[in-house]
Design a protein around this ligand. Sequence first.
Ligand code: DC
Length: 233
Amino acid sequence: MRVCPEPIRTGGSTGAVASRTVKVIAIDGPAGSGKSTIARRLADRLGLDYLDTGAMYRAVTFAALRRGIDPADGADVAAIVGDLELEVGPDGVVVDGVDATIEIRGPEVTRAVSLVAANPEVRTDMVRRQRAWTVERGGGVLEGRDIGSVVFPDALLKVYLTARPEVRAARRSKEVADLDYETVATDLARRDALDQGRDESPLVEADDAVVVDTSDLSVDEIVASLVERVGAP
Ligand code: DC
């Protein structure tokens, strides 16, 4: 599944118009809140495609680092984003023909991605691609930080997932075998602060989002209750 740079014509001037005619489920929340697991399972149950928008910001970060661009240099990063060819799918991420599936989860990209995600030009371009991806499919389950608040403010269902910080850090440290719990917890707190404190589309709970604390709930329970809210497909 290709997140192509070309805008898709929808009859309206913005993707926000299109979201009223397509089935969009927005899943937002901080790292380690369970977004990916729940969004994938929900997409499966509803017969919709799934898009990990965090992987897109990671892919731009990967591209910048690979070209020797300092991720803190907003103008240089902005200059490359429009022409990048990004393919973000369930099996991996390809950036300008290079398989970046592993590297986008590595420490170098993870350290720098919050800076790139705070770049307004990068956000504008990613939001445009996310809307185009969704319109092309007639809907989808999108996970990220600003899906319900900015990308699709009139989504059919908005979910804000959260979990206690120590639960989120424990989940993440299980995924990255080479880093200890303390390092992961510190990095998570740093990224939370950056994602929540930035000027551009900070991580917030949309007013009309269903808020779920996933700390003590099973994935099955959460998915079943969300499927019920959407209604049977
Ligand atoms: O979900 P993740 O950890 O892979 O996200 C990587 C970074 O991208 C994280 O710093 C938050 C940011 N992000 C964002 O700003 N907006 C999104 N829609 C998705 C991710």
